[in-house]
Design a protein around this ligand. Structure first.
Ligand code: CP
Length: 351
């Protein structure tokens, strides 16, 4: 009631109430840098990304997901080459990356912005014992947005607490990879003509695969039916399945892809995540669990699309690359407009 009032004094009163520490604590993660009126706008369920951290796909409503995809489409069609002029992004990569790091860098530069940063943790002062918190307190003074990949789950959230500029999670351990999810949704929307009511298979290392975790949560907004295909030891963590059950999302778990392939509109393949295994012998046991080739297509819908966040390490035979069903390279290319949209939104260059 209070929020809907158009009286400016009411907004002022509301702003004062919202200045209480408890409210700051609750909302600081998603409303960093918003002034009082922008904050009220946020509470009225109008979309505002300015100053926001992008940490988990759970922080997005369905409306917000669709909004980012619509901005991505506009930017892809008609990019403004000076949109991010005089803006600097820090790329802090404590884990290896090809696509995420380079596509963020390209996205920034193609809109007139610049990047600084590092691609290995041992070239930063963390190597000398500096904490992540102190590193972020430095980097925020040198740039306008921080894009960080880190092996520890929760590291992106910690960086966001430390920083007064937006932090974008480029992958934190086995937890989340929200920008990958946005480009995955963008790809599915383009290739299947929409996101609602699709049958989506997730295949591979579902225990450690952060891209799967993020995408399953995102697709739960769109009434997807999900098929989790993995060895039992690498199945989807229970808490994700519980979350999907609570949202009344239908899912099945199988080991053999051919048991469900005829039902699928999308097959999202992932590699077995060697770097997350504590025991190298365990990895050896599972590394060859899946080897997809053209026989999959003979047992699938004609228009199934095969996606993969990449890198692949043998789970998709290159003989599939030439088929119209294989869209993983196009998928990686979609990282550019989606990351451009996110950068422009959190930097307040697009409302
Ligand atoms: N998809 C993905 O995150 O790739 P990189 O590890 O190469 O960034």
């Amino acid at each position: 009631m209070f929020i809907k009032s158009e009286q400016s004094e009411d907004f002022t009163k509301l702003g004062k109430i919202l200045d209480f520490p408890v409210f700051r604590l609750i909302f600081s993660r998603t409303t960093k840098n918003l002034n009082r009126y922008e904050f009220v706008f946020f509470l009225m369920d109008n979309i505002s990304f300015k100053g926001r951290d992008i940490i988990s796909i759970r922080d997005f409503s369905k409306k917000e997901l669709l909004y980012v995809l619509s901005i991505s489409k506009k930017i892809e069609k008609n990019p403004d080459l000076n949109l991010l002029k005089n803006k600097i992004a820090s790329l802090l990569f404590f884990e290896p990356s090809t696509r995420t790091r380079l596509s963020f860098s390209s996205a920034m530069q193609r809109l007139g912005g610049n990047t600084i940063g590092f691609a290995q943790s041992d070239v930063s002062s963390i190597k000398k014992g500096e904490t992540l918190w102190d590193t972020i307190k430095m980097v925020e003074q040198y740039s306008d947005v921080i894009i960080m990949r880190h092996p520890l789950e929760g590291a992106a959230r910690l960086a966001a607490e430390a920083a007064s500029i937006p932090v974008i999670n480029a992958g934190d351990g086995s937890n989340q990879h929200p920008t990958q999810t946005l480009l995955d949704l963008y790809t599915i929307q383009k290739e299947k003509g929409g996101l609602e009511n699709l049958n989506v298979g997730f295949l591979g290392d579902l225990k450690y695969g952060r891209t799967v975790h993020s995408l399953a949560i995102a697709l739960s907004h769109f009434n997807a039916k999900m098929f989790f295909i993995s060895p039992k030891a690498l199945s989807m963590p229970k808490h994700y399945l519980e979350e999907l059950s609570q949202k009344k999302i239908k899912f099945t778990e199988v080991e053999n892809v051919f048991k469900v392939s005829k039902e699928l509109d999308v097959l999202y393949v992932t590699r077995i995540q060697k770097e997350r295994f504590a025991d190298a012998i365990e990895y050896e046991k599972y590394k060859n669990s899946y080897r997809l080739n053209k026989s999959l297509l003979a047992n699938s819908k004609k228009d199934i699309v095969i996606m993969h966040p990449l890198p692949r390490v043998g789970e998709i035979n290159p003989e599939l690359d030439e088929t119209p069903n294989a869209i993983y390279f196009k998928q990686a290319g979609n990282g550019i407009p989606v990351r451009q949209a996110l950068l422009a939104l959190v930097l307040g260059k697009i409302k």
